[in-house]
Write a protein that binds this ligand. Structure first.
Ligand code: SF4
Ligand code: F3S
Ligand code: FES
Length: 233
């Protein structure tokens, strides 16, 4: 079947602002949006620019706004979009570099700010830092993040205040704050208690709806908020 693929285009060397361009693409129902973008790039316009790597929902590099919702282009199929007209634009709220590519540096800076690694300065109690299956399960959900930015870039609080650390950074802080082997929770929680930390969340849930990994992001944010309150009590 023929699908009309409308893509937001922007070349900073040529365009004063982004605009939409339409492409007619032959598609099978099981094609993914990434397949259609490849067809445009390979057969119609080689200048079309977008990120992708794994093509299997693992690397997080091809999150974009598809029919008004942040999704991974490599996992959403044409038949799931239920029509012959598909609109694709870059992730909202992030600076556009070219076409569907956004500047992720600010996003990764916030991710790095929460120390997304195990902090354990004391010597291990034995040959290794052991953890029970129950203790591991405590933070299992937030280990699934692939840093695609679909959550943070769908958050109205982030759009209104780009200094907000954002749901992705909080998810990655959660992953270590609730790790029984970690000793860096105090520092992380202090950072997230800042005015641009967890309190900017208004429980809007866009982040949870957008997450391609099904992470319960809003719940994770509330758990981190509670840990901050308990720490200060
Ligand atoms: Fe992407 Fe989900 Fe991680 Fe947010 S929490 S960056 S939506 S995988
Ligand atoms: Fe934003 Fe998600 Fe909170 S959309 S306001 S971070 S629940
Ligand atoms: Fe890797 Fe889509 S290309 S997640």
């Amino acid at each position: 079947m023929q699908v009309e693929l409308r893509i937001q285009r922007y070349d900073p060397e040529r365009d004063s602002k982004p605009h939409m361009e339409a492409y007619s693409v032959e598609s099978a129902p099981m094609d993914r949006v990434l397949d259609l973008l490849h067809k445009v790039k390979y057969d119609q316009d080689g200048t079309l620019t977008f990120r992708r790597s794994c093509a299997h929902g693992v690397c997080g590099s091809d999150a974009m706004l598809i029919n008004g919702r942040n999704r991974l282009a490599c996992t959403i199929r044409v038949d799931q979009l239920g029509g012959r007209r598909i609109t694709v634009a870059p992730l909202p709220g992030l600076p556009i570099v070219k076409d569907l590519v956004v500047d992720m540096e600010g996003f990764f800076e916030k991710y790095r700010s929460v120390q997304p690694f195990l902090v354990a300065d004391t010597a291990p109690p034995g040959r290794e830092r052991r953890q029970s299956p129950e203790a591991r399960a405590r933070y299992d959900d937030t280990t699934k993040c692939i840093l695609c930015a679909a959550c943070t870039s769908s958050c109205p609080s982030f759009w209104a205040q780009p200094a907000y650390v954002g749901p992705a950074a909080i998810v990655n802080a959660h992953r270590f704050v609730f790790d029984s082997r970690d000793e860096g929770a105090d520092e992380r929680l202090e950072l997230l208690a800042d005015k641009d930390g967890v309190w900017r969340c208004r429980t809007i849930f866009n982040c949870t709806d957008a997450c391609p990994r099904g992470i319960h992001i809003t719940q994770a944010i509330l758990e981190v908020s509670r840990a901050i309150v308990e720490r200060e009590a």
